[in-house]
Design a protein around this ligand. Structure first.
Ligand code: NAD
Length: 182
């Protein structure tokens, strides 16, 4: 296979990362072959303790810090920036421009993210799908809720962080209701 050509100075990689999984790490490796720097945007930073968004921004940052260390990926080329959502999709990319150092492209498979960046004239890199059937935040959260094995789908440090904070129990708790049947 021909070697990838570095095309970007700094590329943005946005996601919710609920939780960080092995697919995200594969994407990061792939992107670092194409960009000198990577700005990981931890999106929906204000959200936590929800079925779709169980982990805080701080917990997700720690998941990246520990996983990158374990994977031997230098932090010198990777920024990690938590970003809260805003109501206005139409100005989201400008909002990111005001929060991040200058960037010259985005990497995403999320259709809304791709659309918003294209409309602002940015090149978009679509990373390959790395075992999306298994390496998927939704699938991993479902497995946690159903008591199924999930640790093999996330980097080891992520599993340790989730265990330490009682993440699975948190997910189970926030999925419950105090309504009574009938
Ligand atoms: P995600 O964590 O589901 O995915 C992050 C990225 O990794 C995506 O591009 C996804 O396609 C990719 N990915 C996941 N698994 C993969 C695999 N196995 N192989 C290859 N790629 C894989 O996050 P997301 O839902 O894309 O996050 C987008 C974030 O941007 C959200 O926080 C959203 O709220 C935010 N956003 C905010 C606004 C706003 O504030 N108005 C607008 C648009 C997007």
């Amino acid at each position: 296979m021909p070697e990838a050509v570095v095309q970007f100075k700094r590329i943005v990689f946005p996601g919710r990362f609920q939780p960080v999984h092995k697919g995200h790490i594969e994407v990061i490796r792939w992107l670092l072959e194409r960009s000198n720097e990577l700005a990981i945007v931890i999106g929906s930073a204000q959200k936590s303790h929800m079925v779709d968004n169980p982990f805080t921004a701080g917990e997700r940052i720690l998941m990246f810090i520990e996983s990158l260390k374990e994977e031997g990926i230098s932090r010198e080329r990777v920024l990690i920036v938590p970003v809260q959502d805003i109501e206005y999709n139409s100005i989201w990319v400008s909002y990111l421009e005001s929060l991040l150092p200058p960037f010259d492209g985005v990497a995403s498979r999320n259709p809304l993210v791709v659309r918003l960046f294209k409309e602002r004239g940015y090149p978009v890199l679509i990373p390959p799908m790395f075992m999306r059937g298994d390496y998927s935040g939704k699938r991993i959260r479902e497995r946690m809720l159903n008591g199924q094995e999930w640790k093999s789908l996330v980097p080891e440090p992520v599993a340790k962080i989730i265990d330490k904070i009682g993440g699975v129990q948190r997910l189970v708790n926030v999925s419950m209701t105090d309504e009574v049947e009938g």
